[in-house]
Design a protein around this ligand. Structure first.
Ligand SMILES: Nc1ncnc2c1ncn2[C@@H]1O[C@H](COP(=O)(O)OP(=O)(O)O)[C@@H](O)[C@H]1O
Ligand SMILES: [Mg+2]
Length: 243
């Protein structure tokens, strides 16, 4: 077995009086799509922010691609793609100009950028719209452009915070198809969602509630073991038992 690409071990994080995470642990391997599933306030964003290294935990440890993101050098950090919930693109810049801007930011050389630009426009199907300003894109296209920008440096780990929140159903399906292409190519992907239908699609899920992982495993197996008819029932039963 290969080593996990993402390891969260006993993560605790408090904001003043609010314990956002009370001991969150899970791991994700290359080629695996892991879902962090839970309602608003469960701790999904905090978990992803700790994994991305924008802040450190109060307790516990994070390892991504074998390094500690908070202190890793830029070379290592480029192996980690992070798409926050509010991903800021430049509204006045076109799709192409946004890609160019982020490529410079990531320090991509010309040849790598050319190859990545072609590939990413292809897999996101944004190629026909390269001249369109980001501010004029639909919600789904905007998310796809944000994803393309996050993927520019060819990360081996991708963290996405509710990427389909507020996205229409067709674009939602396209985004998920895209995520599966990425994991099929060997990426380790962690995606947070509050949508139960999306939870069921993940290879493995952690059901997060009130800063704790209540249940973890393969969606179909969890449903069978819990005798739940729907994933929603499974989640609500787990919450009830934890109360
Ligand atoms: N910067 C912050 N300051 C104060 N409280 C915060 C902060 N970030 C998150 N929280 C609190 O921590 C808990 C978990 O939040 P969050 O990780 O954003 O959950 P989710 O992404 O699942 O909605 C919530 O109670 C939230 O209000
Ligand atoms: Mg959130």
């Amino acid at each position: 077995m290969t080593e996990p690409m993402v390891i969260a071990a006993g993560l605790k994080k408090r904001f003043g009086a609010v314990p956002a995470l009370r001991g969150v642990s899970f791991s994700v391997r290359a080629g695996e799509l892991y879902g962090l599933v839970g309602p608003d306030g469960a701790g999904k964003t905090t978990t992803l922010r700790l994994l991305s290294g924008v802040m450190g935990p109060d307790e516990g440890t994070v390892s991504v691609a074998g390094a500690v993101p908070l202190t890793a050098d830029p070379e290592v950090r480029r192996r980690l793609g992070y798409m926050p919930q509010q991903y800021s693109l430049y509204g006045d810049l076109s799709i192409d100009e946004n890609l160019t801007f982020f490529a410079r930011l990531f320090g991509l050389d010309r040849a790598t950028f050319a190859a990545q630009r072609a590939r990413l426009l292809d897999i996101t199907r944004l190629g026909r719209f390269v001249g369109r300003r980001a501010a004029a894109l639909s919600g789904g296209m905007y998310k796809k452009l944000a994803l393309a920008c996050a993927l520019l440096p060819k990360p081996s780990v991708l963290l996405l915070d509710e990427p389909t929140n507020g996205v229409d159903p067709v674009s939602r399906r396209e985004l998920w198809a895209l995520l599966f292409e990425l994991v099929d190519d060997g990426m380790a992907v962690v995606v947070s969602t509050a949508y139960m239908d999306e939870a069921e699609r993940c290879h493995r899920v952690g059901l997060l509630h009130d800063g704790r992982v209540l249940l973890e495993g393969v969606p179909g197996e969890l449903m069978a073991a819990g005798g739940s008819e729907t994933f929603e029932d499974l989640f609500l039963d787990a919450v009830r038992r934890a109360a």
